[in-house]
Write a protein that binds this ligand. Structure first.
Ligand code: A3P
Length: 308
């Protein structure tokens, strides 16, 4: 099955989920050839759940300097941290994007450990070696209504202008039928949720809303989970606050590299920043649509104890 009209590319159904055409070959390559290392850290997200933020947070957590006050945002001491001059999207390779090409694939294979990697692949399609090694998976998702609204805005930012605007109703129809990049959204989230219940040491299931609500607590949990806990001295020295302030929406979205930069294939880095808030969907969705979303979420996720 194939569906047109979301992004530049058609979406194709592959192993039960919808993928952008340009990623299918890479997804297959990733599935077939990727050899996980025990200390790999794999970030998995639903598109528009805060991937950019989590990429920055994980990168900064792994790349803290041995002194305290690493990034008192924008004081001279911080001027050379890679996050200030490089898009988070270039700091964590997108594995199914890279596996389309042997040269890029070799780059991933040759990365120094611990490798910090990123994918949108559903759990059921992950390579066997990811599931069977001791590598860690950090899964990030977001409440479906905000996720949808963010995706709709993003789709309109990156569509060819000649296609005109994708209406909210059209996007909603596709999303609720399960036809969205890496969707059905609810199935994608559910797979990781169920697996995280079975293997909490393997998969950390995170929600954007929880990261927003209690960033420091969740960052500590995350750092511990990936085996890079903060020491007492680092905590007292303000490292957690430094990481959170360099990675926060206000800081990242105002950096030149994220305002004016371009990613390979020409996508503008600014497309990944809009409002960065919880609950913005109420400004776009009628009470009827909200009810529809809530009932799908309750029907699909409620019985498994997952609420947003
Ligand atoms: P909104 O469209 O609701 O503003 P992704 O990174 O997965 O593409 O998700 C993009 C969403 O995350 C956008 O949401 C974007 O504004 C938000 N975002 C980007 N950087 C962020 C940050 N540092 N902190 C919080 N939210 C961020």
């Amino acid at each position: 099955p194939r569906e047109e009209g979301w992004f530049q590319n058609s979406l194709y159904q592959f192993q039960g989920f919808w993928h952008q055409a340009w990623l299918i070959q890479g997804a297959l390559g990733f599935q077939k050839h990727f050899k996980a290392c025990d200390d790999d850290i794999l970030l998995v997200t639903t598109p528009k759940s805060g991937t950019t933020w989590l990429k920055a947070i994980l990168y900064a957590t792994l790349n803290r300097y041995p002194t305290f006050h690493l990034f008192p945002t924008i004081t001279p001491i911080s001027h050379n941290h890679p996050l200030l001059t490089t898009s988070p999207h270039l700091l964590l390779p997108f594995v199914e994007g890279m596996y389309q090409d042997n040269i890029f694939r070799d780059q991933i294979d040759g990365m120094a450990s611990p490798r910090l990697l990123f994918t949108h692949m559903p759990y059921s399609s992950l390579p066997k070696s990811v599931k069977h090694s001791s590598c860690k998976i950090v899964f990030l998702c977001r409440n479906p209504k905000d996720n949808f609204v963010s995706l709709w805005h993003f789709a309109n930012k990156i569509r060819p202008k000649t296609w005109g605007t994708l209406s909210l109703e059209e996007a909603l129809d596709k999303f609720c039928r399960g036809v969205s990049p890496h969707g059905p959204f609810w199935n994608h989230v559910l797979e990781y949720w169920l697996e995280s219940l079975k293997r909490p040491d393997k998969i950390k299931f995170l929600k954007y809303e929880d990261m927003k609500d209690q960033p420091a607590t969740n960052l500590k949990i995350l750092a511990h989970f990936i085996g890079h806990s903060f020491s007492q001295e680092e905590e007292v020295g303000g490292v957690i606050d430094d990481i959170l302030s360099i990675c926060c929406f206000e800081n990242l979205s105002n950096l030149k590299v994220n305002k004016e930069g371009k990613l390979p294939f020409g996508m503008e880095t600014s497309a990944f920043f809009r409002k960065g808030q919880v609950g913005d969907s109420v400004n776009y969705l009628s009470s009827e649509i909200i009810e529809k979303f809530d009932s799908i979420t309750q029907e699909k996720l409620g019985p498994h104890g997952l609420k947003f």
